[in-house]
Each structure stands twice: as C-alpha cells, then as structure tokens.
Design a protein around this ligand. Sequence first.
Ligand SMILES: CC1=C(CCC(=O)O)c2cc3nc(cc4[nH]c(cc5[nH]c(cc1n2)c(C)c5CCC(=O)O)c(CCC(=O)O)c4C)C(CCC(=O)O)=C3C
Ligand SMILES: [Fe+2]
Length: 383
Amino acid sequence: MPLSDATTVPDTSPYDALLLVSFGGPEKPADVVPFLRNVTAGRDIPDSRLEEVGEHYYQFGGRSPINGQNRALLAAIREDLAAAGIDLPVYWGNRNWAPYLVDEVARMRGDGVRRALCFVTSAYSSYSGCRQYREDLTAALAELGDAGGVDLVLDRTRVYFNHPAYVDTMVDAVVAALAELPDEVRTDAEIAFVTHSVPDSMNASSGPTGEAYVAQHRSVASRVAAGVAEATGTAHDQSLVFCSRSGPPTVPWLEPDVNDHLRARADAGARAVVLAPIGFVSDHMEVIYDLDTEAMATARELGLPCTRAATAGVEPRFVAMVRELLLERAAAERGEDPSRPAVGDLPPAWDRCAPDCCANARSQREALVGAASSIEDIGAPLP
Ligand SMILES: CC1=C(CCC(=O)O)c2cc3nc(cc4[nH]c(cc5[nH]c(cc1n2)c(C)c5CCC(=O)O)c(CCC(=O)O)c4C)C(CCC(=O)O)=C3C
Ligand SMILES: [Fe+2]
C-alpha cells in the first residue's frame, strides 16, 4: 500500500515536549489569600485592593475558572496533536498556583526532556504577559541547578495576538454576541474591545521598541472589527477599553475603564454594546467578574443592551493554532523558512525577545528563556 499523506508525521524536532504556561488561580476558599500573596509578592498592591479582589473570588466559591480552562486546553491540545499524528508530551505549569512551573519543569527534566517549546496563555507583549513568565521559567531552570548533568532548554512561541486563528475566532465570537442583542439595536451596536489595564509605564516598555501592548491590541481590534463588518455587512463603531486596574490611584494606568466607557457611550446616545474580551484567551476571573458581573451591572443600570463575546477557550481553530505555532517554530529552529501567518497591520512577532523586551524597571530578575542575545537577533522585522 502506498504511503498516504495521513501517514506523514509532522516534524517537531528539535522539540521533544510542549509546555503550557499560565497564571494559575485558586480552586477553593482557603486558596484565595495564599494565591493573592503569590500574585502580589514584592509588588505594591494596596491591602484594600487585595480584599476587594479576594471578595470577587469568594463570590464564586473561592474558585477561579482559569485552572479548569487550562485543563480543558491541555486535553484539547493533546487530542489535536494526536489527531495530527504527533506524539509529543504536553506539560502544564503556572506562575501563581499549582501545578507550579518549577515543579513541572523539574518533572520534565526527570522525564528526560531536552528541549521544550513554551506556549504562554497571554497573547500580547507586556511585562505581566511575557517577560515575567520568561523570568519565572529562567528561575525554575536555575532552581534545578545542574543536578544529574542534564540540560533542559526552553524556548517560547512568538506572541500570537495577530495569528489568523485567534483573530478569526474572535470575529465569530463578536458576530455571535451581536446576534444575541435585540433586533432593533443590533445594526447600531458598538464594539468595546476589552483587555487588562496595565500601568502606562508597562505599556511604554512593552515589546522590543516599546508601546507594543496597546499597538497589538489596536491592531487586533481593527482587524476583528473589519472581519465582523465583512461577516454582517454592517460597520460597527469600535473602541479599545480596559478592565481590572489595580495599584495606587496616583499611578497612571491605561484608560478608559470599561464601566466609564459604558457610561460615556450611554450619555452620547449609544444604543447597544458588545464587550469583546480580546485580551483574555479564556474565561478568567477578570471576564466573569469584571465584565460579566460588574460591567453588565453598569450596562443594566444605564438601560444599555449589552452582550459579551466568548473567549477563545478550546475553540478548535485556537487549539490547532498551538500546533501550527509549534511546527512553525520547530521548522525555524531547524533552519527552514516557515510561513508565519499574521493578519492586520503588524508583522508576525519575533521568535526571541530582544534583551530589553517588556522590561520592568523594578524587576532585577533575569529573563533568559525566550531571549535573543541582541535586538538584531530576534528572528523578525521590528514592528
Ligand atoms: C497584562 C496582564 C495579564 C495578561 C492577560 C493574561 O495573561 O491573560 C494578566 C492576567 C491575569 N491576572 C490575574 C489576576 C490578578 N492580576 C493581578 C494584578 C495585576 N495584573 C496585571 C496585568 C495583567 N494580568 C497587573 C499589571 C497587575 C498589578 C501588578 C502585578 O501584580 O503584576 C492581581 C492582584 C490583585 C489586583 O491587583 O487585581 C490578580 C489577582 C489572572 C488570574 C485570573 C483568574 O484567577 O481567573 C490573570 C490570567
Ligand atoms: Fe517580550
């Protein structure tokens, strides 16, 4: 029998494992305070803010949806790889809650993994979403030391905000959320693209040349809005707004806040709004509390019809994107010139972060994992 295409196994070398890297969240009330201590270690979050955030978790039984979302993603990635004929172990570790990165990295080394590619559940460049994870991974490797003389190398996929699979998934989610609005307001509805607020200074230092966090979100917002217009035949006004700010009020963070935005738009006569959480790849606490609970209450108070677009979660195209990013990067590491799909006005992001990419002035930690030795060596055009 001749070999069919289906028997051609995609080449993942030089990688012998994939590591799903995420934030972590509490799973029961007793986890909440220790989790918040982990998140805010060494940072300047007022106690009043921690109590407030703790309350958000207690309202949901002390359980964040994020770990369940990651377990589902892990299972879906494994299934997708197996269906493509790829036999590669997939691990999962978090920054702030079990399974912790340091334990998972130790397990990988114990299993004999030599080189793994990390997929981080944050799609954009920022200290919180990119560099801090690379610091955590560097620290996890350092903690292992050279016991046993086994070297484990970790790389990280490019940030994937503008990967067509992510953008198309969000287009369909916004179209579905528009369909949930009352018929008489649907064509006039505005889209509010929502992401996590960060300090202005964190945006300023994001990406290899700065300001990447906002630029990447704006690029996704216009591309998704264009896709929605194509799909529905209606151009909807759109804005980029922010949720979940913290830190002292004296420190400027990205604005407008989603609730202030809803108030301003209602005052200006807006008829309906779709909240599109492009900054979150699954239903985190920010999504179920800050958007579904708080922002929805604001909209109700204002009499403004409002629906929320779904996050990517385990949407099959998003899951397949993880495999595509793995095969793309594996090919690049073998010296091939893979295609790097990207949509919108920004090029596909760099494979390796420039030395100062997403730097945080206060962090003294090394971010060697995923880093290039110089800005010329990042494996992509500068944006
Ligand atoms: C850019 C960004 C993402 C990326 C988007 C992504 O990766 O998806 C993200 C993700 C997340 N942030 C999360 C939770 C928290 N973030 C906090 C604090 C902060 N986030 C920040 C930024 C971001 N955060 C910043 C600049 C701070 C303050 C300073 C600091 O501490 O760095 C705090 C402390 C209390 C508070 O200030 O709110 C908590 C509890 C969870 C888990 C949710 C769950 O449980 O479902 C997730 C996925
Ligand atoms: Fe970075």
